[in-house]
Design a protein around this ligand. Structure first.
Ligand code: SF4
Ligand code: SF4
Length: 94
């Protein structure tokens, strides 16, 4: 039987927490309708609408404005009706 290498998890291969480029929230900007529901539930106020960009649907998409303040709680992702947010957990203690 032929052996196959496991599929690489390319979409999840991200910089580790503590790395300057680590981002705990990934936004599918083209799917965001700028409703602001995620912003309202974010306790540390780490999200905002991007006033400088308009997506293909004509909306200002949400952006993570304070990666250090984000706790990876995932409230924003659970609230989003369009599943536009992915959350990457920080290792314990980070
Ligand atoms: S994961 Fe939590 S803290 Fe981070 S942006 Fe979403 S709601 Fe805010
Ligand atoms: S809840 Fe979803 S659609 Fe609404 S602003 Fe946030 S990411 Fe965009």
């Amino acid at each position: 039987m032929a052996m196959h290498a496991p599929l690489a998890d390319t979409p999840l291969r991200r910089p580790a927490s503590g790395h300057p480029s680590f981002r705990p929230v990934l936004v599918a900007s083209e799917r965001c309708k700028g409703c602001g529901l995620c912003i309202d539930v974010c306790v540390p106020r780490a999200l905002a609408l991007d006033a400088l960009h308009v997506n293909a649907m004509g909306h200002h998409p949400v952006v993570l404005t304070d990666a250090d303040a984000c706790t990876s709680c995932a409230k924003c992702a659970r609230m989003c009706p369009d599943a536009a947010l992915s959350i990457f957990a920080r290792p314990r203690g980070a």
